[in-house]
Design a protein around this ligand. Structure first.
Ligand SMILES: Nc1nc2c(ncn2[C@@H]2O[C@H](COP(=O)(O)OP(=O)(O)OP(=O)(O)O)[C@@H](O)[C@H]2O)c(=O)[nH]1
Ligand SMILES: [Mg+2]
Ligand SMILES: [Zn+2]
Length: 358
């Protein structure tokens, strides 16, 4: 195997520039499991560790190695341990918000050519979530392909409906529907995978990412688990990110299902970013105040008195709604969307009414 078979090309060759040193070899990170790493070179896969310097000089976890990274290493213990000294620049990346309130990101994978955004045709299908994934994939300059899994669970008409719903939402990425069970569409997935290119499976727990990987490998190399019956949610079976070289020569990264709620796109903890408004809300008369029409709303009062900027108030309201939307189905959201438009309008009218005429 050559580095080119692992995806190394002229782009990375150029980036090598100043980092070139005869003491260092080049390898690619294939697995990250907390602070344990595996890297792959022309010959084999070996355990790896970053240098203390690399760890301590990193300002955030984003600067630490992630799956897909090209790295400079030095081998020790007869080539069984690689010490990672430096990272190459990343051509593309996939990252998500870290858990918790801070606006911090966590790398999912880097140097990915195509991201497979996978949703199953059952209860997991959700356009809103698909849009969120697309935002994430586009941000990292990765090409998206939509994979609709478990096509065996819906009728041909329902499947068509799903696809036309995606098109109606103006999503024009390639769509491949397939089933791990009946093997429908599996050949098309196979053909989409090219030698030396890197692919990443993204999607909720339980949509069948690892089952697909096993299928492509032709063996049960990795663990999978049934979903819960009542809501088809998965059990977060895959716990680490890992790159596998397929027989076809394509490189495929399997990832743990992201707990999507609040972990994608802009939903930076709203109350934290608007802590002054959050404080005000504690003084609203009703605990479930929507801060739009209620009498005794401390936030509306503050806008009215000029203590709170009106534009900020609007933006707060919008983001609050947005983070609630994560939890809703597409249909619910559409309905809510219209209600929300009306709500903002009413709120604005209400404010005007309250303003003392001058
Ligand atoms: N009916 C049907 N079931 C499938 C299909 N693909 C996968 N499954 C089942 O769905 C369950 C979850 O599959 P996994 O491959 O573990 O899902 P995953 O996306 O890797 O989930 P995490 O690792 O938790 O992120 C398993 O019981 C699979 O057998 C399919 O095409 N049709
Ligand atoms: Mg899995
Ligand atoms: Zn209020």
């Amino acid at each position: 195997m050559e580095l080119a078979d692992l995806g190394f090309d002229s782009w990375f060759e150029e980036k090598r520039g100043g980092l070139q040193s005869p003491d260092f070899a080049i390898a690619r990170v294939t697995r990250v499991d907390r602070d344990r790493y595996l890297v792959r070179n022309e010959h084999n896969e070996v355990q790896a560790e970053p240098t203390g310097k690399l760890i301590f000089s990193a300002d955030s976890s984003q600067e630490l190695p992630c799956v897909g990274d090209w790295v400079f290493v030095q081998y020790h213990n007869d080539g069984t341990l690689a010490i990672i000294h430096e990272l190459f620049a990343r051509r593309t990346f996939l990252r998500r918000k870290s858990a918790g309130n801070k606006v911090e990101y966590q790398m999912i994978a880097s140097n990915i050519d195509v991201a497979f955004i996978m949703q199953s045709c059952d209860l997991n299908f959700n356009l809103r979530r698909m849009e969120r994934y697309l935002v994430m994939v586009n941000e990292g300059h990765v090409e998206p392909v939509i994979l609709l899994s478990k096509s065996d669970l819906v009728s041909a008409e329902e499947l068509e409906k799903r696809i036309s719903d995606i098109r109606d939402a103006r999503i024009n990425a390639r769509i491949i529907a397939f089933s791990n069970k009946t093997e429908m569409g599996l050949e098309i997935v196979r053909q989409a995978l090219q030698k030396g290119k890197t692919y990443c499976l993204l999607g909720s727990s339980g949509v069948g990412k690892t089952t697909l990987l096993n299928h492509l490998l032709g063996c049960e190399a990795f663990e999978t688990n049934p979903v819960r019956e009542k809501d088809s949610r998965g059990r977060h079976t895959t716990a680490r990110r890992q790159m596998t070289v397929l027989d076809s020569g394509a490189l495929l990264v399997d990832t743990p299902g992201i707990r999507e709620l609040g972990m994608m796109a802009v939903s930076a903890s709203v109350d934290e970013s608007f802590s002054d408004i959050h404080e005000l809300s504690k003084r609203c008369r009703f605990h479930d105040c929507t801060h739009s029409v209620e009498v005794g709303c401390a936030i509306l009062d503050a806008v009215q008195s000029g203590a709170l900027n009106e534009a900020r108030y609007q933006s707060y309201l919008k983001l609050m709604k947005e983070s609630e939307f994560h939890q809703m189905s597409y249909v619910q959201r559409r309905k809510k969307d219209r209600q929300f438009g009306r709500m903002i309008k009413t709120a604005m009218q209400q404010l005007k009414k309250r303003k003392p005429s001058s």
